[in-house]
Design a protein around this ligand. Sequence first.
Ligand code: DON
Length: 308
Amino acid sequence: MDTATHFTPILEQVLEEVRPLTLHGKVASYIPELSHIDRSKLGMALYLPDGGIYTAGDAHERFSIQSISKVFTLVMAYRTLGNALWERVGREPSGNPFNSLVQLETDKGVPRNPFINAGALVVTDILCSQYVNPHLAILEFIRQVSGVPDINFNTRVARSEAQHGFRNAAMANFIKSFGNLKAPVDNVLQAYFHQCSIEMSCAELVRAAQLLVHYGTAPGVSEALLTPSEVRRVASIMLTCGTYDAAGDFAFRIGLPAKSGVGGGILAVVPGRMALCVWSPALDVHGNSLAGAKALELFAGRTGFSIF
Ligand code: DON
């Protein structure tokens, strides 16, 4: 059977099954600009190593990628520092909400992992030391690996994050007090708020994830961006830390390395096998897309695309 006819109906069927769940959960409102989104949006895209992309629902509509950006900044910082990165940030699940500060004091300003906010701020700080305009470097990197030149920030969202980012500001200052933030706090926060405000569709996110599917290479990018073993490590952190304090439940139900964002997107990747992205704006109590997680669970169950 040809793959287009095989996978598209599964994606469509999964979306119809989870559609009733879009009525449940809450659209993120702590960043006011995010609260205007239509909660009925629902899309899904699959990328396979042969280059095939299969889509269903609102897979071509752009949304705020939010914390999914942390996958790309992690790749960039890993390229910059190599294994020295792990002196600045850990790789253990935190078991706490994504915006929690509690462990930072006992851990002396070294965040548990790169996907909680504290860890993402340290990762972005590394990029602030490397680039004059880190937010533009992040945007350019994402455009390059996805091959989509008109991906952009939503400056209203970035401004809204800055106006309401009291916790992130507290966290950045706290980390700075331990010496684990090198750049000025405001520079790190501005770059971070901008990376979170980038808008992409499910179809564009699976294209950008090609670099993980293909073990560090992306079409149109001449050099390898990561080594295969670094790619496996990024994927392992997605599995253990990518969905915050629900990462264990995600591994149990879905069995895919994944990274979620409060815009309602979830990007899942299995190196060598596939990238899968789902978008539904309403979130569960952990900040993960409610219908999106169910869609991944159904899709993984039906196709056997799981690492277990
Ligand atoms: O730091 C924040 O609050 C957001 N800009 C990003 C949060 C996010 O997506 C975490 N996700 N679940």
